[in-house]
Design a protein around this ligand. Structure first.
Ligand code: G3P
Length: 214
């Protein structure tokens, strides 16, 4: 299973969380990675943790003030990027452009979507993975795998119908190893989570709990 920890703009110490991600990753068969804010990517990548960007824009080098270009996050040490997170929604054409920009910079891609219909559209853009996250469950601590298992199974089916090479992650409310196992049982190949680690008193213990059953 792939466990991708999105730090959003939570006021946690990104380097401390990254060190915990690196250490936990070494002791598990799971793949554990962290997505810090863009300005923290370089320091986080220097820890040796697998580092992802939270977003890239559909742009090339040039006059794009305030944008995030894929080449720069790759230069800073990211190996992948989220695209179209629920808190960073984009139009379909821009999601397509961001996937292409990321691929140009050799970044892995996870395109997020609200529901199975959007997952099908996202999968058609050719990312490495898609992630289904019902917005209403984000940050609630109620895991999508329990509150809405059908949405995960339907997302897996929707992606499979479009392109069986695209992996499916699920996210929202995931915070325990049981939640991760439940996501796997529904057909997801990984989970995307944030508050369960970024807001934990002890992020390392939270990470250890997440991967313990894997
Ligand atoms: O990117 C992960 C996310 O949106 C889910 O957040 O806090 O419910 O794990 P959370």
């Amino acid at each position: 299973m792939f466990v991708l920890v999105n730090l959003k703009t939570y006021p946690c110490d990104p380097v401390a969380v990254a060190e915990a991600v690196r250490d936990v990753n070494e002791d598990t068969d799971a793949r554990v990675a962290v997505a810090p804010q863009a300005t923290h990517i370089e320091r986080v990548a220097e820890t040796g943790a697998e580092t992802w960007a939270q977003h890239v824009d559909p742009i090339e080098h040039g006059s794009n003030t305030g944008h995030t270009i894929a080449e720069s996050v790759a230069d800073a040490g990211a190996i992948g990027t989220l695209i179209n997170h629920s808190e960073q929604r984009r139009k379909l054409a821009d999601i397509d452009g961001a996937v292409q920009a990321a691929q140009r910079a050799d970044l892995e891609t996870v395109v997020c979507a609200n529901n199975p219909a959007q997952i099908g559209a996202a999968a058609a853009l050719g990312p490495d993975a898609v992630a289904v996250e019902p917005p209403a469950l984000i940050g609630t601590g109620t895991p999508v795998s329990q509150a809405d298992p059908d949405i995960v199974e339907d997302a897996v089916e929707a992606a499979e119908n479009v392109d069986s090479d695209v992996s499916v992650l699920c996210g929202a409310g995931i915070s325990t190893g049981d939640d991760v196992v439940a996501a796997g049982d529904l057909g997801a190949e990984g989970v995307l989570l944030a508050s369960g680690v970024a807001k934990a008193d002890d992020p390392q213990a939270a990470l250890e709990d997440l991967v313990e059953p894997l």
